[in-house]
Design a protein around this ligand. Sequence first.
Ligand code: DGL
Length: 264
Amino acid sequence: MDRNSPILLFDSGVGGLTVLAELRELQPDAPVLFAADHAGMPYGTKTEPEVAARVAGLLGRMAERYQPSLICIACNTASTIALSMVREVLEVPIVGTVPAIKPAAGMTKTGTIGLLGTEATIRQPYVDQLEQDFASDHRLLRHAAPGLVQLAEAKLRGRDVSVDDVTAEVRALVMQPGGQDIDTIVLACTHFPLLLDELAEAFGDGIAFVDGSRGIARRIAALTEGMKLERAEPDRAVTTGDLESFKELTDSFVAFNIHRLERF
Ligand code: DGL
């Protein structure tokens, strides 16, 4: 592995940008290849075998083509379903993204935590296990908010996203029995922190939001520490989907010093 090999950040769409933002803070010189599977988005409404086959197949092809130093699956849905399977078949170090239940359990004062994710993520045994390991003496209320994925994609393409649209997607979380006690919400989908301002307004004061992106960036930094990664060519972002639609995201990528947008 040479020091110019990129860190491959993989998501179904722009959710990976929440991880990229933290990674740039910690390792501004590390080469990055951002990969979005827009042709397969959304993952959250797919079955487990569909997500697993797609993610394993694509990451195998991407690993061969780009020879990354490390792969980060910057997607909770893909990670909670396919992380162990992908680790078994690829030789590259792989960092996953899992719901930040552990830090949320350390933050809550009321003992009631909310969790927003995709439909697929919130039903995963992986999440049951995290709840059992770190929040067994708390109450964890889950809610699927798949519409937030499209709203985040629209926002980053410069379209108007209203607080009402966001509120409609998340309201049912606090309507559950005990929901009025929620003081901490886990954003268990990498797309969701892109709507942080709208979510803060939708839920009002007194709610803390937590996601795993900072911890993931730290983990990537720790695993690549000895490699002295250095950018030899400008970073790129690739999509499996429509290139014209992807190019509407140019400003969002330029903000992170990615100027080349291509089709995978
Ligand atoms: N960004 C992905 C996640 O973290 C999912 C979005 C999708 O449904 O494709 O779960």
